[in-house]
Write a protein that binds this ligand. Structure first.
Ligand SMILES: [Zn+2]
Length: 130
């Protein structure tokens, strides 16, 4: 007789534990996952290896002229790791750009950047600082 792969107590009583935690393929439905628009950024200068800018904090808001809250770069990276989606929308182009974790090509630190460079006005680095 072949024994069941699952213990019998999973088959009776209580919620079935299957499937195990799902991969992050389901968008926007999982608890705690949100889609957040970045409307402003803070930048800071990094001195090494050459002087360049990092986005050090992002302002989240449903409307470009109102920031609901600020996230520091580490908080934003944690949120991305937790499944939250960040994006920008160009003021003029109305084009959406996804914002993702990336590695700074200059200093190799983990940073965030927008994925679309096709239009300049939704580039994360071009957002206004408020
Ligand atoms: Zn850097």
């Amino acid at each position: 007789m072949v024994s069941l792969a699952r213990p019998a107590d999973h088959l009776s009583g209580g919620p079935c534990p299957w499937p195990y935690p799902r991969p992050a393929i389901e968008k926007g439905t999982a608890k705690g996952v949100s889609s957040l628009r970045i409307v402003s950024v803070h930048r800071e200068l990094v001195a090494e290896p050459t002087v360049h800018w990092h986005v050090s904090a992002i302002g989240i808001g449903a409307h470009p002229d109102r920031i609901d809250r600020w996230l520091t770069l580490p908080d934003a990276l944690d949120a991305i790791d937790g499944g939250d989606h960040f994006y920008t929308i160009g003021d003029t182009s109305k084009m959406l750009a996804r914002v993702r974790r990336s590695v700074c090509p200059l200093c190799l630190h983990h940073v965030i950047g927008s994925t679309s460079e096709n239009v300049p006005d939704n580039n994360l680095h071009n957002l206004p600082s408020k």
